[in-house]
Design a protein around this ligand. Structure first.
Ligand code: R1P
Ligand code: URA
Length: 238
């Protein structure tokens, strides 16, 4: 048991999927895991442990934004020994070729903030995922994307500290530099994984688009993003 996670010692698996939305954690656990057991509900941030194809997996909500993700990832790594942490998140598309419902594998996560910024100060640390996980997710993702008719993209993303941002010039600069999508947690996850020598990756589904202004409803963001969950699980145990 930690400050924010009520699970007992041994109730968290070494492989953890991290959706921001705790209800997505519940949906993914009910849909993909066998014998899923609720192991955390402190602050309503639901976490479940079960098995996928015989492998133990925890799916733990991480909340919105890097300070929240940082709380859960720190405790999962330092107190429960999590080794592989894969974010399964929603994101806003930033390029015309990246469509709503496409999946993005975040090969780098730029950020202007994050809790780790306090530590790095003037240093522009480059947060990146585990290459083995990225490669395995790409392989799994290609097959899933072809079968389901969705796009799969690998590239840089932007981990923002604000959902409602007042800097259209910043988004424009990021778009000109090829950034595929915006979300709010991956950079901190990658920095923590680097610090503690753990494996991390962010697998994202495009839920809305900054250029076309399309947006999926909350129910879809909670329950219809199975492609990225399958990609994440397959990559974790490749
Ligand atoms: O759907 P999740 O995983 O929460 O991810 C995205 O959605 C939230 C904003 O609506 C932020 O947490 C952002 O990163
Ligand atoms: O942070 C986010 C997440 C989803 N969609 C966005 O536009 N931003």
């Amino acid at each position: 048991m930690t400050f924010h996670i009520g699970a007992k010692s041994g109730e968290i698996a070494e492989t953890v999927l991290l959706p921001g939305d705790p209800y997505r954690a519940r949906w993914a656990a009910q849909t993909f895991l066998q014998d899923a057991v609720l192991v955390n509900e402190v602050r309503g941030m639901l976490g479940y442990t079960g098995t996928w194809r015989g492998h133990r997996v925890t799916i733990q909500g991480s909340g919105m934004g890097m300070p929240s993700l940082s709380v859960y990832a720190n405790e999962l790594i330092r107190d429960y020994g999590a080794q592989t942490l894969i974010r399964i998140g929603s994101a806003g598309g930033m390029q015309p070729q990246v469509k709503v419902r496409d999946v993005v594998l975040a090969m780098a996560a730029s950020t202007a903030g994050s809790p780790s910024r306090l530590m790095f100060r003037e240093m522009n640390f480059a947060p990146t995922p585990d290459f083995g996980l990225l490669r395995a997710a790409h392989e799994a993702g290609q097959a899933i994307a072809a079968a389901r008719g969705i796009g799969l993209h690998v590239g840089g993303i932007y981990s923002s500290d604000t959902f409602y941002d007042e800097r259209p010039d910043l988004n424009e600069a990021l778009q000109r530099h090829g950034v595929l999508a915006v979300e709010m947690e991956a950079a901190e996850l990658y920095m923590l994984a680097a610090r503690y020598r753990r494996r991390a990756l962010a697998v994202l589904t495009i839920s809305d688009h900054l250029l076309t202004h399309e947006a999926l409803p909350a129910e879809d963001r909670e329950r219809s993003f199975g492609d990225m969950v399958e990609i994440a699980l397959t990559a974790a145990f490749a």
